[in-house]
Design a protein around this ligand. Structure first.
Ligand code: OGA
Ligand code: MN
Length: 218
């Protein structure tokens, strides 16, 4: 009888390309950002939205600061959102669904692109009416480990462009600056290179819900 180890079995499974991830990798390579609609199902979005709103009601959120966690200050003229960091080891059902999807993506990126993503950090964000996040870049002077920024929108299904809160990416088009305007529709994720892409969140007219995070190297 031939004995097969679990490792041998695992290695025998043919690698199956994931067309959604392949599109993402292609987009990042070409244009430094990618937008994927329906990355999270409407059920997952709804659970995450409930989780965010529940935690916000419990008053766990704090005013978002600028600078990293060691070096942060709150400047309302720069950003007005409120955030809560998510601890994966204490995940509720919704957050487990979230991290299952993110971890799957990370494993794929590390396997196919040797991205070397070793860490991640994610927080909920709630932008009350009238708030915004001025043009900025997601890396800090004293810490450049953030490689990819990921924003996941948790707004209601009937979110309209008039609600504001567009994400604007400032892109370089052969030396000319162009703006890419992205609406925060539920289930949509936006991924971009943290060290390169300047971006801003336009003022919101209706409370805007999301999870934002970073995939980090080293
Ligand atoms: C951020 C950010 C973008 C968005 O939190 O750093 O840029 O669309 N968020 O929420
Ligand atoms: Mn940002």
């Amino acid at each position: 009888m031939i004995k097969t180890t679990a490792k041998e079995l695992f290695e025998a499974i043919p690698f199956i390309e994931n067309p959604v991830y392949e599109q993402l990798i292609h987009d990042i390579g070409q244009q430094k950002y990618s937008i994927i609609d329906g990355f999270f199902s409407s059920e997952t979005v709804s659970l995450l939205r409930q989780s965010l709103l529940y935690k916000h009601e419990e008053d766990c959120f704090k005013k978002a600061a600028i600078g990293n966690r060691v070096n942060e200050i709150i400047v309302k003229s720069i950003r007005g959102d409120q955030i809560l960091w998510i601890d994966e080891s204490l995940s509720n059902t919704a957050e487990r669904l979230f991290f299952d999807c993110i971890n799957d993506l990370v494993a794929y990126l590390n396997k196919t692109c040797f991205m070397g993503i070793l860490q991640k950090e994610f927080h909920y964000a709630l932008y009350p009416k009238g708030t915004f996040y001025k043009r900025h870049i997601d890396t800090f002077q004293n810490d450049d480990r953030r490689k990819l920024s990921i924003v996941c929108y948790l707004n209601e299904e009937d979110w309209k462009p008039e609600n504001g809160g567009e994400l604007v990416l400032y892109l370089d088009d052969n030396g000319c600056e162009i703006q890419k305007v992205i609406y925060p529709f539920p289930g949509r994720i936006v991924i971009f290179e943290s060290q390169i892409i300047e971006h801003e969140v336009k003022p919101v007219e209706t409370e805007r819900l999301s999870i934002t995070g970073w995939l980090k190297i080293r």
